[in-house]
Design a protein around this ligand. Sequence first.
Ligand code: NAX
Length: 329
Amino acid sequence: MSKPIVKVAITGAAGQIGYSLLFRLASGEVFGRDTQVQLSLLELPPAMKAAEGTAMEIEDCGFPTLAGINISDSAETAFSGINWALFVGSKPRGPGMERNDLIRDNGPIFISQGKALSRAAKDVRIVTVGNPCNTNALIAQHNCRDIPATRFSAMTMLDENRAKAQLAKKAGCNVGDINIAIWGNHSSTMFPDFENGTIAGKRITDVITDRAWLEGDFMKTVQQRGAAIIEARGKSSAASAASACIDHVWRLLETTPKGKYFSCAVPSDGNSYGVPAGLIFSFPTRSLGDGKYEIVKDLPLSDYSQKKIEATTKELLAEREVVKELLVK
Ligand code: NAX
């Protein structure tokens, strides 16, 4: 019997990340070469024509796994019956704009898309990429009460991949040997946990004994990589962000191998590492392979790690305060 078609909606589909993401979703790379994918592109009216152009190019790739593409500027139409919602579209931060202005500006997008999702889809999982992604995911989740909170996530996989690349260069190993998770917010307060992480099964701190580098250049490079890319490229990360989104989806789909975990911002269960319930917080996460995941419990935290986790928690609580009127109780 053939497998059911997987329906994936991508918001902001005509943007830079969309342009790198859509082709890979259609190619069979994520859902398998035996599974058909129906893409549903959501864009703002002025970007509809660009979305049509991208759709033409996707068709021209001749992917046998592509079931079809629809394009809409109505969230409810785009989300009809979807299995995955990739919330990429949002306003980028403009010159002189404070983080709180961005949070307030983008919040309403996630209210209306959360509500539309609630009306249009049932068996759906949500990945929020558009920044500030943790808090945008929180807003969408609060406005989408018919879908369980555990279906919502925000992307910190790019931060994990950035951390792995830096560690692999320093240790002279393959990125595939590294297991490390990001804690907290997708922002400069995030904490790449080099104390619990491993390289080929050994503690990172036993392989890389230069603690000053781990606490200094490593942390700084990972936390400020987005800004460094804007500085070098004149544009924000796009292909690497799309690649991380692909990783995020397949890590949720595949059973996580024993002893491993990955970074995923999910609603805190209120029972993990002192993070208040409901905050969309990046934890070391494991997929059970059946659509469910678990937060890895009982990782030891030194005073150093605890302080870092408290700082990123504090920032997320402050962001929640900024958007509290947008959250349905
Ligand atoms: P672009 O500005 O290239 O594209 C955004 C697209 O979203 C535009 O085509 C725009 O028309 C569309 N859009 C805006 N509001 C919309 C709405 N209400 N409904 C549907 N579409 C809408 O940005 P891009 O470089 O693709 O980045 C997208 C988002 O990802 C930004 O918020 C960016 O900050 C965020 N990022 C998140 C990352 C992460 O790791 N979580 C890393 C990369 C990136 O910075």
